[in-house]
Design a protein around this ligand. Structure first.
Ligand code: G6P
Length: 623
């Protein structure tokens, strides 16, 4: 939700800021802005509504703004509609700035997060003579810093610290003070923020890809810490204003990995990167034919102590949780509960000792998932995080971390991170089962062998993509779609349906096949597309019958099965999709691939912005 960047150094800042924002557009894309300072001159603030493209055009790709110090923002609206006035940067003065010259203001800032008590703070500031030009909580935050800064004649860090004490909510904040040229100030609580150090230049950003072309050396600023960022020095402070020292981390991601690399969209590129993501994640956990969870702290005694598991996540990561519930419960006698993080965090429910809470998150920053993790920890329950982004909040706060090695994922609709999460959870389940004596050594080796075959099978499915591309034109005009399946197949339906609706805007629902008859079947009419996922042989006939019930009401049927279990009566099916055979527990990893491709091509056929679907953001750091 919103992306922020900052640069101070010897180069012209505007172009660097715009390039950084381009990499962060996945976080929000309804308006954008930059503020750049040329030495001691006031900041020039340029803002546009709509996609970043408008800002790039307005600034001639940064050429018409001079200055070597600046901050930038791409917005996903929370407080106030997407508009130029509400776009960031915000200023402490009375003019938002549109790009027609420098703006007089002692403080200029960008913000990612939500200030919960902004109304109360705004009223206080109004009583002190401040007026407001926008509906945003960020303008309130910037003016509060300005208020303390001027009232007490204190330096930027003290003013920021006073503001942090008063502001409730979440923020990653970057500020420039007119009195302090060539310096950027930053502060953070519960929203992601990294600070990068290059040769005679420094950067800040919401996420690694924004600065990866310039530096790999970063600092993860902690909650309630602030920083002074200069070209040759970065200084961190705690809430008392005392200097603190943070370790430098070297990012190992390849800068190329965050580029489109010849693909029309990030999503298509990331779909193709799935075999690598799965293989890398597999190889990080398996060596010499054994799964080594003890490398991550999950040794035999910890695994043996687990009597319940709660899996907590949001969106597609929650779908991984649903799949994992079936897998873990098939391989062990451990009861697994799967909860949406937004529910888990506010629900009163018993969490017994012996429970392991597993949070799954690509970004490691999802606000609800992070809150769920904290709730579990507060209750004294150990937390395992399955996370993609190294050093993210969830990774830092969890007791144990299994990293998925998917690399940077840019497209809002997740694909490769989802697949990497699935394999990580499968391997966790296999090891748990073996450690607790539920499966023999032979079965253990068999499962590892089957899991190791998945990357090559994913590659084989991708070879057939033209067929799905061709077929997608058949469904592109649909108004409604249904995905039905049972057991593991139902968990794939959840993901297939979400992929379809989020990027093609076709209304789509996932249903447990047996449940359709309890209401939803009334929506089936002539030509409605029903996708039946039937990779679980034990329930295939049941789901097939449910598909036939739909056909009797006019549905157009698509089947998805594995090569060794074809549909009972092919004549009834209008379009068949087949994936290579593997152990049924791992078939979700294969079944999801054609569904991703189908959604992708449908979105392309409909002329939509595949990588940036409307109203969405990749990293949801607000409630
Ligand atoms: C957003 C993304 C989804 C993702 C979900 C959870 O809604 O668009 O793709 O599954 O957040 O994100 P996380 O980073 O916690 O996996």
């Amino acid at each position: 939700m919103c992306g922020i960047v900052g640069y101070v150094g010897k180069r012209q800042a505007a172009k660097i800021l715009l390039d950084g924002l381009r990499k962060l557009e996945y976080r929000g894309y309804d308006s954008a802005g930059i503020a750049v300072r040329n030495g001691a001159e006031n900041a020039q603030v340029v803002k546009t509504s709509g996609r970043l493209k408008a800002l790039i055009e307005k600034t001639e790709n940064g050429k018409n703004i001079r200055g070597t110090c600046g901050i930038g923002h791409t917005r996903w609206a929370t407080h106030g509609v997407p508009s130029v006035a509400n776009a960031h940067p915000h200023v402490s003065g009375n003019c938002a700035g549109t790009g027609n010259g420098p703006v007089e203001s002692s403080v200029v800032g960008v913000h990612n997060g939500i200030i919960e008590n902004y109304a109360e703070l705004k009223a206080k500031l109004m009583s002190k003579g401040y007026s407001f030009y926008s509906e945003t909580d960020t303008e309130v935050l910037v003016k509060l810093v300005d208020y303390y800064y001027n009232k007490y004649r204190i330096g930027p860090i003290d003013a920021i610290n006073r503001t942090m004490v008063r502001a409730r909510g979440s923020y990653a904040l970057a500020l420039m003070f007119t009195d302090y040229p060539n310096q950027i100030y930053a502060a953070r609580k519960d929203s992601p923020l990294i600070i990068g150090k290059g040769e005679e230049e420094s950067f800040l950003a919401s996420d690694v890809p924004a600065i990866l072309n310039h530096t790999r050396n970063v600092y993860y600023i902690q909650n309630h810490q602030s920083a002074r960022i200069e070209e040759d020095r970065i200084t961190f402070f705690d809430l008392n204003g005392d200097e603190v020292f943070l370790p430098e981390t070297v990012i190992e991601w390849d800068a190329k990995a965050a580029e489109k690399d010849g693909f029309a969209h990030y999503m298509l590129k990331e779909i193709h990167e799935q075999s690598t993501a799965v293989r890398n994640t597999f190889n990080s956990l398996v060596r010499e034919s054994a799964i080594h969870l003890e490398d991550f702290g999950l040794d035999q005694s910890i695994l043996n102590g687990i009597s319940h598991i709660d899996i907590v996540a949001c969106g597609s990561a929650w779908h991984v949780g649903v799949t994992s519930q079936y897998v873990i419960e098939s391989l062990t006698d451990i009861p697994v509960r799967v909860e949406l993080a937004s529910e888990f965090r506010y629900r009163n429910m018993p969490i017994t000792s012996g429970t392991l809470v597993i949070v799954i998150s690509q970004s490691g920053e999802t606000a609800d998932t992070l809150a769920a993790l904290r709730k579990a920890k507060q209750a004294g329950i150990p937390v395992l995080a399955v996370v993609n982004v190294v050093g993210s909040s969830i990774a830092r706060e969890a007791d144990y971390v299994l990293y998925t090695l998917a690399g940077p994922e840019i497209s809002v609709a997740t694909t490769k991170a989802y697949s990497a999460q699935l394999i990580a959870m499968d391997l966790f389940a296999i090891q748990l089962s073996y450690s607790k004596g539920f499966i023999t050594r032979e079965k253990y080796s068999y499962y590892i062998e089957e899991a190791s075959s998945l990357p090559e099978k994913i590659e084989r499915i991708l070879l057939d993509k033209e067929r799905l591309q061709w077929f997608s034109s058949r469904i592109s005009g649909q108004a409604n779609m249904f995905f039905i399946g049972r057991g593991l197949d139902y968990s794939v339906c959840l993901e297939g349906s979400l992929k379809m609706k989020e990027i093609s805007y076709i209304h789509s629902e996932a249903y447990a096949a047996g449940e359709l008859k309890h209401g939803t079947i009334s929506l089936i009419e002539d030509g409605t597309v029903v996708v039946g996922i039937m990779t679980e042989s034990s329930v295939m006939d049941k789901t097939f019958s449910n598909m036939i019930e739909c056909k009797a009401r006019g549905a157009y049927l698509i089947s998805l099965t594995s090569a060794d279990h074809p549909v009972p009566d092919e004549g009834e099916i209008d379009f068949q999709i087949t994936v290579p055979a593997t152990d049924e527990l791992f078939l979700p990893s294969l079944a999801v691939i054609p569904l991703q491709l189908l959604s992708y091509y449908t979105s392309v056929n409909r002329g939509l912005d595949v990588d940036k679907p409307r109203n969405l953001a990749k990293s949801v750091t607000v409630e």
